[in-house]
Design a protein around this ligand. Structure first.
Ligand SMILES: *Cc1c(COP(=O)(O)O)cnc(C)c1O
Length: 454
């Protein structure tokens, strides 16, 4: 090992501002639309749902840098800077000339990168003098991160958790309750939309889109509450830019430049954050990189979706967003990467992909777990199933280098750890894991229901 295995930034090298990649995009992502009027959402309308400062960040596509408030930087010190790790042992196992680096975001109790945005969103809610926030959680990582953040600032936290994961992941639920959150299985009988969905689909085990609708309704019908979202929105990508800024600074210290940057993509927040400063250079014509979004073959919004305005939630109460989507009623078949099951993709990443500035690929679940297992055995860390999509793509890239003899530098985002996903590992180890892929007919049926806009 000629250079460090792990590279950390010193405290004085840690970024003090987030980077807004939209500022450098010539063609901006399309604006959010009001679901009733189909006109662009105004800040006033959005402020009924979201915190004021977060609305400002959401709508600002021209300011490149947002200083990170001191309270947030202080909290970040508990788990940041996160390490940039050279995957020497994985490289050796693959016999590749490629150099593989990963940025590890799983070193906090919530176990993922989601805490980077949760603490920012909780901070702005507190600053506004709110009592609390509501949210949804699918696999549970976002709910856990938000519970930690709310506990830190003494805010009330109401989490609507997709019913099937509420039942399948009791440990996640208890972590959230330990941090003081109120966790409700969704669809519930607490909201009008929950009661409606329960009536229309008796016995349903819920979906992310449905839990979002419940959380939004709860926020707008209770004084002093706002809704917060853990991915997809531009503000979340802004907060997650801390990942890319740190990674870029650490690679700069080592004097290396990545040729290809890879991340898993659910709603797009970790990938959007990881690539942000590198994409900025590409957009400004300073340097070139390849960017690769990796999604599950069971929920392929970029690789097989439509680029169109769609609802962000099943209940159709949230603003519409122009994005690559599978349709807001699309329920992906059972898949163990719960954090990658959202029907749409960040509008920013969607626009970058549409412009050909980013690539996308989809990978099958069993191939993902094969990669996860090799990674665990060589690099030590038990990766989250979501993160393992990026591992799969990085390994494939490194094997391609072995074939061609090219010594490319690969950077990927290791978004989290898999301790709460052992049911998934169990089914892989037992040989019972399946590869579900929607048919074209399934997707066409869903596209037919896309809202007609413009
Ligand atoms: C939520 C989650 C993801 C996917 O979310 P993005 O917004 O696409 O980043 C990926 N990895 C982990 C560990 C997650 O918890």
């Amino acid at each position: 090992m000629d250079i460090p295995y792990k590279t950390y930034l010193t405290e004085s090298e840690v970024p003090e501002a987030w980077y807004n990649v939209r500022a450098d995009m010539k063609v901006k992502p399309s604006p959010l639309l009001n679901p009733c009027t189909l006109k662009p959402v105004t800040a006033e309308e959005a402020s009924h749902i979201f915190c004021d400062e977060l609305v400002k960040q959401e709508m600002d596509d021209t300011t490149p840098w947002f200083p990170i408030p001191k309270e947030i930087r202080d909290f970040y010190r508990m788990f940041r800077p996160s390490p940039l790790i050279r995957a020497y042992f994985l490289e050796r196992a693959l016999g590749t000339p490629a150099k593989i680096y990963y940025k590890f975001e799983g070193n906090n109790t919530s176990g993922s990168h989601k805490l980077n945005s949760a603490i920012a969103q909780a901070y702005y809610a507190k600053e506004q003098g709110l009592k609390g926030v509501t949210t949804e959680t699918g696999a549970g990582q976002w709910g856990t991160a938000l519970s930690m953040a709310c506990a830190f600032f003494g805010l009330d936290c109401k989490v609507y958790m997709v019913k099937c994961s509420y039942e399948q992941k009791p440990f996640r639920r208890e972590v959230m309750r330990t941090y003081g959150a109120q966790v409700t299985p969704s669809p519930s009988m607490l909201t009008e939309v929950g009661r409606r969905i329960n009536e229309e689909h008796p016995g349903t085990t819920g979906s992310l889109g449905c839990a979002i609708s419940e959380a939004v309704e709860d926020a707008v019908t209770h004084e002093g509450y706002r809704y917060v979202l853990g991915s997809v929105l531009a503000q979340v990508l802004l907060h997650q830019s801390i990942i890319g800024l740190e990674a870029k600074a650490a690679m700069g210290k080592l004097g290396v430049k990545p040729d290809v940057i890879i991340g898993c993509a659910g709603g797009g927040s970790n990938l959007g954050g990881l690539i942000a400063p590198f994409m900025g250079e590409k957009l400004r014509g300073e340097r070139d990189y390849r960017f690769v979004a990796v999604e599950p073959a069971s929920c392929p919004s970029l690789t097989r979706g439509r680029y169109a305005y769609d609802f962000c939630d099943t209940g159709k109460v949230c603003p519409l967003q122009k994005m690559y989507t599978l349709g807001c009623d699309f329920i992906p078949s059972a898949n163990h990467a719960g954090g990658l099951r959202y029907h749409g993709m960040s509008a920013t990443l969607s626009e970058l992909y549409a412009q050909g500035l980013m690539e996308a690929k989809s990978v099958k679940q069993t191939d993902v777990f094969e990669a996860a297992t090799l990674f665990a055995r060589t690099e030590g860390t038990l990766p989250a199933p979501e993160s393992s999509h990026a591992i799969r793509a990085a390994i494939d890239e490194a094997l391609e280098c072995k074939r061609t003899g090219e010594a490319k530098t690969i950077l990927f985002g290791l978004t989290g750890t898999g301790y709460f996903d052992l049911k998934a590992y169990e089914s892989y180890n037992n040989g019972t894991m399946g590869d579900y892929i929607p048919t074209d007919a399934d997707l066409e049926a869903s596209f037919a229901k896309l809202p007609k806009v413009g």
